[in-house]
Each structure stands twice: as structure tokens, then as C-alpha cells.
Design a protein around this ligand. Sequence first.
Ligand SMILES: [Cu+2]
Length: 268
Amino acid sequence: MNKPLLLMLVLSVLLSACGSEPSWENEEVSVVSDRILEDHVTTVWTLADGQASGTGEGTLIRLEIKKNDGERIENFDINHEKLLHLMVISKDLSYFNHIHPEYKGNGVFEIENDFPAGGEYRLIADFKPTGGDSMTKMEWVRIKGESAKPVPVVPDASLDKTFEGKKVALTIDRLAAKQAVTLKFFFRDEKTNQPITDLEPYLGAIGHVVILSEDGERYVHVHADEGQDTGPEACFETEFPQSGIYKIWGQFQKDNQVFTVSYVVNVP
Ligand SMILES: [Cu+2]
């Protein structure tokens, strides 16, 4: 057997550990001058009244997306079944909501969110203008009303946790900053301890994972490996931008119900 072939075999065995081959994204080097780059886009966030909920009424979040020069952006591409994904996360990272605002035209998206208490929240929007980059825009907003007592962000002693009747073990191949990292979730039924093999696609993938640094400043996109379908494993490729404490949220679907898992890790 010649050496390159042997190497390929070894590599394919290594790569199959998480059930699929890695995908490389083509970073398109574009010379088209009117391509919409992230730096060329600005977002204006407005809260209807800024009152905290608890009154049973949601607060309207309005997001206007436009070019820095004020020019409208009219068209957006669907990504994971939606035009825009919005994360609403409390400053202490204890509250997390992933919602999909309605497109009103003229670059304006709106949705109501039931904020659980007053205080500061991070709003994070993921979207892709047609003919532009996939981009993320973030904003801090203050919700009026009494703040909840902050929950400390403490790294989990074990990444083997239970959520809504499911034991979910997270393994991270190497906990290190500025390196390609694979997150692997493994699902078992809490009662029977049997692997869960009937996960359902959620927004066109086996699941969705987002990561935010303790201070809310570094948000990490996570891409699900392709070719995964029903569990019991779900793998995601990512990179922590620098050392520090991060919270990781994963969202998956089973029996037509979306469930959220979360972990706090300290990246050395
Ligand atoms: Cu979404």
C-alpha cells in the first residue's frame, strides 16, 4: 500500500469519529464593489416602551437594517429557514430566547418579547442581505422595571447534565482559544439511559448552537456538521476567539418540541 493512500485511510477513520466529514467554507474573495459587507451595515434598535414584562405583555423590539450611508436594504436571504434570527440574552446570561422577527419590508424587522425582568439585555441578530455577507449585529438594551438578582456565571463542574428528561453530555475535543474545536452532544433518555435516536431537524439542521462570552462581547457562530440526522450524537465546529468564560446554548428538537441545553465553560 502506498503512503498517500494509507494516510487517506487513517484520516478518514479520524474524521468519521463525529459522523461526518468537516466542511470547509469557501471564503469568496469578491471584487464586486457593491457587495454588502458587514462593516457597511448599521442597525437601529428600538424598544416600544422598554417596560419589563411580568405584566403579561410583551415588549415590541424593532430592528432597522440599513447601509451606513442610509440607503435601504430591501432583500434578505433565508438562512436556516428564516430571514433573521434574534437572540435575546440577559446580562447575567441566565435568560436566553431565540426568536424570529417578522419582516415588515424596508429593512425593518419586528417582534414582541416577554422580558422576565428589568435590566440589561443583549440583542443579537444574525442575517444575510441578498448579495452580502452573513453578518451579526449586537446591541445592549435596558428594560425598565425591577431587575432580577444576577445569577453568577460559574463554569460547570461536569458537562454531563440533565434537561427536560434527557441526559445530555457535552464533550469538547480541546478546550482552547483560537483553534478549531468540535463540540459533541450525546443524548440519552434520563429514565432508561438509552441513547436518543429520534431527534428531529430544527430549522433545517440537527440543532443550533450559540456561544457568548461572560461579558456579552464575543458571540460565536456555530455550524452544525452536515449529514447528521437523528442522534444520538450532534457535532458542531467552532472556535473560541480568546480565553475566558463562555456560555454555550444548544437547541434541539424531539417529539415536535424544541428543548434548550446550556453549559458554562472556562476556556484556558
Ligand atoms: Cu433562529
